[in-house]
Design a protein around this ligand. Sequence first.
Ligand SMILES: [Zn+2]
Length: 314
Amino acid sequence: MSHCHVCGQTLPPPLYRSPHAISITSLCEVLPQRVAVAFCAACGHLQTDALADLDAYYDRDYKILIGSADEDQFYAMVEGRKVFRTEHQVNTLLAKVHLPDGARVLDYGCAKSSSLRRLTELRPDIEPHVFDVSDMYLPYWNRFVRPENCSLYTPNPEWANRFDLITSFFALEHVADPRALAKTVAGLLKPDGLFYCIVPNVYANTADFVVADHVNHFSAASLRRLMEDAGMQVVSLDAHAHNSAWVLVATRKTPATPKSPAPEEHAGLEQQARDLAAYWSAFADRVRAFEATHPHAQAVAIYGSGFYHDYFYP
Ligand SMILES: [Zn+2]
């Protein structure tokens, strides 16, 4: 029996199970296991069963963009110019958050922390700090963060109430205990500090539903609940600033009267989740039916080089 990562309620049986023991991670690795996704009606959270050994996976096997310091992901073409993910993330952050002079900033669960590195180039006055659960990114941190401002596996206990800003770029979707993470973040913020967080929005990008290592698929309701239970309050939640993602800004200030998620806010979510389950349950059959209508095709090109490519042709 599993429990909701966000509100702790017992989860009902999964509304989706992949038909075969094969799944794909966000880094396009093919794993010999099924994906099962359950919906929590209490808080509006969607949750995937965790990989067998999650801690070891992120310590040793999860190697995102570690080919070089500058390896990045294409984000979009803007007025004829290629914009990469890091540039977009930092521009969005600076548009949403006022950073005081000399601000102490922590990138939490940061991997290479290219966004914080870029931020320090634009704002050399800030004092960067990094934390992650793997030591494989140390060579990248050492280029722009002082050694005493780096923490591995557990955040430095001296960091309590220290930060003006804590960032989390596409990390919370991987974490089996986001409640603990949010509470830790709240304890590291100054009383008026801000938590800035980006996670995928499965309701905008349906592929997120079947990504094996995305154990959390947040809704606006479940993000709010997560923040409030950790003693934080949502300042803004934006579904449009970053493609197919939620951009959340929260403050440590506790609301005068804690606001439990409004039921009407996620009344339609369960049906949307069931629609996603139906879409992916029939997906492979639709592809096979299409292939059957083109039996004489000589060459096949798959448009899209990442997750969808591997889903079609692992
Ligand atoms: Zn829940």
